[in-house]
Each structure stands twice: as C-alpha cells, then as structure tokens.
Ligand binder design. Structure first.
Ligand SMILES: [Zn+2]
Length: 194
C-alpha cells in the first residue's frame, strides 16, 4: 500500500469528519470517554468521604477533649487564620510603592553651575534653578536679546559677585541641556555617585 501524503491524510480526516455516519461514531466515542471520566470521579467521591470520616473518628477516639470542643477549637483556629490572612492582605495591598532611588537625585553640577530641580507627578523634570558654585546663592540668569547679535545669557551671583558669561546660547536651550543631562544620568545610573 503506497504511503499517504500529508495532504491526502488531512483530506481523509476532513472527509471522515464531514461524513454523517463517521461523525456520529466519533461524537459517541467522545461522549463515552467524558461519561466514564465523570462516573469515575463521582464514584471516587464516597471513598474520599469515607477517608475523611475515618480520620475524624480517629481524632475523636484518641483525644480526651469532647468532640464538640474539638470542633469549636478547629472553627476558632480557622477564624483566627482567616482574620490574620485578611489583615496581612490589607496591609500588603495598602502599602505605598516605595519611591524610586533616583527621585532623591535633585541636584548636580552642569555647565559650570549648581542646578536643583524637582519631579512632577509624571516624573518629568521641572523647576530647574541654578546656584552659585562658590556660595550656593541662587542666580537669576540674565538674558540679552538684541536684533543684531545672537541671544546670550549671563550668570552673576548677587551675593559674592561670581560671574559667568555672557554665553551665546538661548536660556531655554541651556535648561533643556540640563534636563537631558539629568535624564541621561538617571538612565545610566550614574547619578548615584553624586
Ligand atoms: Zn556666589
């Protein structure tokens, strides 16, 4: 007998399944298997129940504690267990998520200045302020705009007189650079050294 090719076999199975007689035979076979399994399961149940009563009667026979008290103890123990479980679950589910380590990273030195910032609820960097590298006094950047020269920024400390600039750059670009450096340090994990 020549070997059936895979396609031929699949074709044969499809044909058998669609055949009214064969499909009924197969369905009946499946039902018999399920029925046998179900009967087996329910047939086993009385045996399990028998074991249960056997264990219970053994416990009742060997203990001097009355059965009703023994039962009461079991019920009390179960109640306590359930109560403890509920309390543990409540504590664990309500425990706030610990803040990530990098949220403490809110200060660093960039472009010759000390910078401090915050994180908003979406973990975006905001409120970047610069401080004097000598005396830590807050510096308000001075932006110089004129139509015939590129925009520049100066940083001058009103406390100690330290001065940097003018730098030919836009303030928004400097702030953006600071944010990018902060993000980079967080991403690389290099912020931990500060
Ligand atoms: Zn200063």
């Amino acid at each position: 007998m020549p070997d059936l090719k895979k396609a031929d076999k699949e074709h044969f199975l499809a044909k058998v399944w669609k055949d009214p007689v064969w499909s009924k035979v197969i369905s009946a076979g499946i039902l018999v298997v399920i029925g046998t399994a179900t009967t087996y399961f329910f047939g086993l149940w009385p045996t399990l129940k028998g074991w249960f009563w056997l264990v219970l009667s053994y416990l009742g026979a060997t203990t001097r504690v009355p059965n009703w008290l023994f039962g009461l103890l079991i019920v009390s123990a179960l109640v306590v267990l359930v109560g403890v479980g509920l309390v543990v679950f409540a504590v664990v589910s309500k425990a706030p998520n610990p803040e990530p380590d990098w949220k403490n990273y809110t200060s660093d030195n960039f472009v010759g200045l000390v910078w401090r910032w915050e994180y908003d609820s979406k973990n975006s960097i905001r409120g970047e302020h610069c401080y004097c590298p000598h005396c830590d006094f807050r510096i308000i950047p001075v932006v110089m705009r004129d139509w015939h020269v590129p925009e520049s920024v100066s940083f001058e400390c009103n406390n100690c007189g330290w001065r940097m600039g003018p730098i030919q750059n836009k303030l928004e670009y400097i702030l953006q650079d600071v944010r990018l450096r902060v993000e980079h340090n967080i991403r690389k994990g290099t912020y931990k050294k500060y």
